[in-house]
Design a protein around this ligand. Structure first.
Ligand code: B4P
Length: 190
């Protein structure tokens, strides 16, 4: 199965993607993780990306697409879940072109809906635990604005394609996962 998972920062998309890949044995591809790995390597590209991420803005489409293509080509045939990509309409179109070339179109787009206050609280908690440099309150507010302006339209893009499902992201991680299991029709006990 080839899935795109979407939602505001802190909606739980990375958290839920990790649970989904365990059950469906998919490849978990997170553009946030790819970018953080580039930052940790200390490469020129990573340095450039860090400055943008710390402002809560989107890293340039060229950089993210390059990292993604490299990662997709090194993956197997088992299917994947894309977490954090696409983040704008240009990325969604570029993804369609890329996956068409690879003969692996997206089959399911999953949107997790959570209200803004919960998102801010969750990220504040993660900031205290992990100290991610883009989890400060000011950056999070900007990430939410960027999400509303640039990423929310991608939900309509997949709705028009007829492959969108939405789940409510409030409640515990397990409760949200059970909703997703229902939508993806995952059978059996978890
Ligand atoms: P991401 O890594 O995608 O960061 P995120 O939006 O915060 O999502 P994440 O997956 O980490 O968090 P989650 O909601 O699961 O992006 C970071 C930055 O990288 C972006 O701002 C941008 O600059 C750049 N970037 C990434 N992709 C890009 C792209 N395609 N194009 C351009 N730039 C890109 O979880 C958040 C917290 O909530 C966790 O601590 C979790 O434990 C907690 N949580 C989750 N579910 C919960 C629940 N049900 N109840 C309570 N807490 C919960």
């Amino acid at each position: 199965m080839r899935i795109v998972i979407m939602g505001a920062p802190g909606s739980g998309k990375g958290t839920q993607a990790a649970l989904i890949v365990k059950e469906l044995d998919l490849d978990h591809i997170s553009t946030g993780d790819l970018l953080r790995a580039a930052v940790a390597e200390g490469s020129k590209l990573g340095l450039k990306a860090k400055q943008v991420m710390d402002r809560g803005e989107l890293v340039s489409d060229d950089i993210v697409l390059g990292l993604l293509e490299q990662r997709l080509r090194s993956g197997g045939d088992a299917g994947f879940i894309l977490d954090g990509f696409p983040r704008n309409i240009a990325q969604a179109k570029a993804l369609d072109t890329l996956l068409e070339r690879l003969g692996q179109p997206v089959e399911e787009a999953l949107q997790i809906d959570v209200d803004e206050e919960q998102v801010v609280q969750r990220i504040a908690k993660r900031a205290a635990l992990e100290g991610r440099s883009d989890d400060t309150e000011e950056t999070v507010r900007n990430r939410l604005k960027v999400y509303a302006d640039q990423t929310a339209p991608v939900v309509d893009y997949y709705a028009h394609k007829g492959i969108l499902s939405r789940v409510l992201g409030d409640g515990s991680i397990e409760e949200v996962f059970q909703r997703i299991r229902g939508v993806l029709q995952i059978q059996g006990d978890s």
